[in-house]
Design a protein around this ligand. Structure first.
Ligand code: ARG
Length: 283
């Protein structure tokens, strides 16, 4: 753990140095005084930056919903985004010779439209499951993490995925998620309550406002451990989802560069380090 945070801190320091150097037009290789030769052998990280069509030069601008611990959330001490995805995005940007820049928190169901419309963010990273429906709107990087869903109920509840399929039951989800899709398909008789905020949904189950909540299992596990000790996972739902980074269909070069950097991170142990930091083990 100590070693990992040291490595990551080192990464941040390197990034800061890079950002400083960039202002002197020495980092990133896309300064106007440099020839446009793409043969670069010294730093293939930066050779293609000019063709990546970034919304801000030298930066990987990330859109996210930041209420999804341990993947992305606001550290209350620093007021900065933190989490598994944030470390991954930071390392990814560094590999690409870029600085990571998170936009302010936005609702989950606006992320795919934001990337589709373009102009605001280069990528959306938010534990976003690769689905056929979304792939009609945007592109995804190669998968970086496997996940399932969880049905969360009050500890004292005897409800499960059979009893909740009833018109007297309210089942919450985060709007626009695969959890919402699962409820629509599997609990068609229940009253579906789509909320923007995971914490609001968890609190609602705890206070008896809702009978259940469907959310990604790693997030449910984290919330139950950290904040909501009066809740339990009534059922693990093996949806077999995979998270990917959302990129515009108009920017295939960026997708390619991200996939290359992701593969490097898998090969050189960076992903393992980030997994161990956030999950105590490699996944
Ligand atoms: N994996 C689920 C999905 O893609 C939920 C993701 C929610 N992410 C978030 N940052 N709130 O629909």
């Amino acid at each position: 753990m100590k070693k990992i945070s040291k490595v990551l801190t080192g990464g941040v320091a390197a990034l800061a140095t890079c950002a400083l150097a960039f202002s002197l037009a020495a980092c990133g290789g896309s300064s106007s005084s440099t020839s446009s030769s793409s043969s670069s052998s010294s730093s293939d990280n930066s050779s293609s930056e000019a063709s990546l069509n970034l919304v801000n030069d030298g930066k990987l601008t990330v859109a996210a919903e930041l209420g999804f611990a341990p993947f992305e959330y606001i550290d209350t001490n620093t007021n900065q985004p933190t989490g598994f995805d944030v470390d991954m995005a930071t390392a990814l940007a560094q590999k690409m010779g870029l600085e990571v820049n998170y936009l302010p928190n936005q609702k989950f169901d606006t992320l795919v439209p934001t990337i589709k419309e373009g102009g605001k963010a280069d990528v959306a990273i938010a534990g976003i499951t690769i689905t056929d429906e979304r792939e009609e709107e945007v592109d995804f990087s190669d998968p970086y993490l496997d996940s399932n869903q969880a049905l969360v109920v009050k500890s004292s509840s005897s409800d499960d995925d059979t009893t909740l399929n009833d018109s007297s039951k309210k089942v919450a989800c985060q709007a626009g998620t695969t959890g919402e899709e699962w409820i629509k398909e599997n609990l068609p008789n229940a009253q579906l309550v789509a909320l923007d905020d995971v914490t609001a949904a968890m609190t609602g189950v705890e206070t008896g406002l809702y009978d259940g909540f469907v959310i990604d299992l790693p997030v449910a596990d984290n919330q139950l451990k950290e904040s909501f000790t009066d809740l339990k996972v009534a059922k693990e739902i093996p949806t077999g989802e995979q998270y990917g980074i959302v990129v515009s269909k108009d920017n295939p070069a960026l997708k390619e560069a991200i996939n290359k950097a992701l593969q490097e991170m898998k090969d050189d142990g960076t992903m393992d380090q980030i997994e161990t930091k956030w999950f105590g083990t490699t996944l």
